[in-house]
Each structure stands twice: as C-alpha cells, then as structure tokens.
Design a binder for this molecule. Structure first.
Ligand SMILES: [Zn+2]
Length: 405
C-alpha cells in the first residue's frame, strides 16, 4: 500500500499571476535625479577661543551696545542671548543668517538656503508655480552633473566666506583676534534634494511598500508627501518623497548631527565633497533598503489598467468606460440585453434601484473611478490628472491638457 503521492505534483510551483508582470522594471530606464543642496545649518566656532575662554562669561557690554540685534539662541551650554546678523537677503527673505552667542567662547549658528542663494547669484527668476513654496529650481535647469558641481563649489565658497565673517565679528565685537582659516564650520542639519523631473509622485508611490521603515505617513494634499519614519526621533537621516511642484517629484534626504558632519565636511576638495554626497545618498537609501537604481517610476497607464479590469470583468472596454465615466444614473435593460444585466449584476457593478426593473451603478464603480483616476498622468508635464465630471474628461491641473476617456 502506498499513498500514491506524486512528489512532482506536490512541488509544483505557484503559477505566476497576471499582476506580477506589472513591475517598475517594465518602464523607463534608470534616471539620474537632479541633486543639489538645499537648507543647511552650521555651527561655527574657533578652537583658539574655546581653548582660552573657559570662563564662559556673558558679554553684557556688547549686549547693551547691540541691543537691537538681540536674539534668543542655543549654544553648546543651552539657551542664551545672542546677536542676529542677516548675511544675505533675497526676495524679501533672509536666506543666510548668523546667530552669534554672547556667552564665551561665542559659538555661532548659521543658516544658509543654498537653492535661493544659487538663484540669486545666477539671477534665476522665482518660479511662479510650486505648491507651497518656491524653494526649487526651474524644470529646465536639468544639466545634472553641472548643477551638482556648481552646488559643491558654492557650498565650499560660502563656508570659506563664513570663516572670514565670523573672525571679523569676533574681533570687532569682543576684541579677540583669531585666524580665520582655523575657524571651524560644522554642518549639523543638511537637506539634500533628489529631484525627478517631469514626473509625478504617484509614479513612485510603490516605494512606500518596499522601503524598510518603522512607520510611514502619507498626506493627501497637493504635495502628497510620504514621510518615512516620521515619528522616530532616533533616525538621523530622514527621508521624504513629495511633489514639490508640477513635474518635480522630490526625494528629500535630511542628515542630522554626526551624519551631516561626516558626509558634508567642508574641509575637503570639491571632488571629494561630491563623492561624499553621492556616498551619503547611497548610505541613506541603503538604510531604507533602497538604492538609486531601484527608484524608477512605475508606469501608471490608465488605459492599460482599464482594459485589464475589462478583461477581469469579462466586459467590453467601452461598456466599462461608460459605466465608470458616463455619469450613469439609472440603467434599464430590454429583453435583448438581459445577458449584460446578469453579468453586471453578477460582477457587482450594478445594483437594484428604487423602481422595478431599474438598476444603478454600485459602490464598486465609484471605487474603480477613484482607483483608476490615480493613474492618469499628463503626457505634457507629468502631473497627475483629475477627472472633470462636467467635461467628462481628465484635465491636467497644471498645464490644462485635456484627455478624453
Ligand atoms: Zn500637464
């Protein structure tokens, strides 16, 4: 007696599902993002002063002379009064500033908005679109290698400038002569944007399913921001992916403390800095179980999905289309299309209405409309399009392109 077990049959592999063909690999080639440096905070100090001024006196005399510049700030010992200096203004905002502690040894905190400073230097006009702010470069600045190169130059140039400014202020305000070349400038928070141009964040939403993180927060406003590990205070490299402006899907990495200091150390050559930045990206993505060449847009093609659904429902595409987009209210059937009635009913696409013999579209139809609506991307500018019930068409909110269903 045997059980008559067919081992080969037991070990038969699971058949591939249709959906498995629909992977990001089917779309696009590896695309390099546009990388630049955005907002950075530095701490600035002089080892000479730190060595000498152990007393940590508060300079009340200077405080009184420059009372109009006073500001509350934090130095290495905690909250303290300092002086605020605007180092660069642009379009009515302070884009570079320094807070200098009045407590010895006079540590300074500096903020630099590199993107806006770059725009100021290059006379690049303020973008007139953008969802919540205009802190980005226009879409046509797409020479990615040149841009990263120029931002590295700018970063090192600004830092060398900061050394001189700090040394001069220290001398003029407090009377200590220090060597400006020895001034230490340490970044402690660096925003690094990686931008995919001509794309919509919807094309990258699949990343939220594969990224390794403890929690994920998504917003449904225009930016459709995905925060990876939003609530974790321990994470020293933060990642978020959002729609900065129409056609700019921005993956933003923010490095804090030790990580910022390690990767964005300014005491290196431009080429080394560039290499460090690329390494910083690799390391941050690796932390989330991702890599740059993995981050490809998933082709979101409404028509393909619609025909897939039609096949799944065993329906003609046009009938499904009409049902979803045709503003169908009540549906009646005659004796010739009872087959269709039965089919729609069996698939749950219609349900009985109030009157006898009258049917209405079901919740499933509304669901399909919402779900499919996420996959219509404007072929001109890459924005996610919205269905306009009045026009019975998809309309691009950014450039106005109309696509009929
Ligand atoms: Zn458009």
């Amino acid at each position: 007696m045997t059980l008559g077990v067919d081992i080969d049959k037991l070990l038969r592999k699971r058949p591939k599902k249709r959906i498995e063909g629909l992977t990001p690999n089917d779309y696009g080639t590896l695309e390099k993002p546009r990388i630049c440096i955005d907002r950075v905070y530095f701490s600035v100090y002089s080892d000479e002063l730190v060595g000498e001024l152990i007393g940590k006196n508060f300079r009340r005399d200077v405080y009184e002379d420059y009372y109009h510049l006073r500001t509350k700030m934090q130095d290495d010992k905690g909250y303290v009064q300092g002086l605020h200096f605007c180092l660069c203004e642009f379009e009515g905002d302070e884009i570079v500033w320094m807070n200098l502690s009045l407590r010895e040894p006079h540590i300074a905190i500096v903020y630099v908005n590199f993107i806006r400073y770059y725009r100021k230097l290059r006379k690049i006009p303020k973008p007139s679109y953008g969802y919540y702010d205009t802190n980005f470069l226009p879409l046509d600045l797409d020479d990615k290698d040149k841009l990263l190169d120029e931002f590295c130059d700018l970063y090192l140039f600004v830092i060398s400038d900061l050394r001189g400014i700090y040394a001069e202020l220290i001398e003029k305000l407090f009377g200590y002569k220090i060597n400006s070349e020895e001034v230490i400038v340490n970044p402690f928070s660096v925003e690094l944007p990686l931008e995919y141009l001509g794309h919509d964040i919807a094309e990258y939403e699949w990343l939220s399913d594969v990224a390794r993180c403890k929690n994920m927060v998504k917003y449904s406003d225009l930016t459709r921001t995905m925060y990876f590990n939003k609530h974790s205070k321990k994470i020293t490299i933060q990642m978020k992916f959002y729609q900065k402006a129409p056609g700019i899907a921005r993956l933003e990495l923010t490095y804090h403390n030790e990580f910022a200091k390690r990767y964005f150390n300014p005491d290196v050559s431009k080429d080394v800095l560039k290499r460090n930045i690329l390494m910083a990206i690799d390391d941050a993505l690796e932390y989330y179980g991702l890599s740059l060449d993995q981050i490809k847009p998933l082709k979101l093609d409404h028509d393909t999905l619609l025909s897939q659904f039609a096949i799944a429902f065993g329906l003609d595409v046009d009938i499904l289309k009409t049902l979803i987009y045709g503003n169908v209210g009540e549906i009646t059937f005659n004796k010739d299309n009872q087959g269709l009635r039965r089919k729609l009913l069996a698939k749950g696409l219609i349900k009985k209405g109030d009157k006898r013999g009258v049917y209405v579209p079901s919740e499933l139809v509304r669901f399909l409309k919402t779900a499919l609506g996420k996959y219509v991307v404007c072929k001109d500018c890459g924005s996610l399009m919205f269905f306009d019930d009045g026009k019975l068409s998809f309309v691009c909110p950014s450039c106005g392109f109309v696509k009929s269903v």
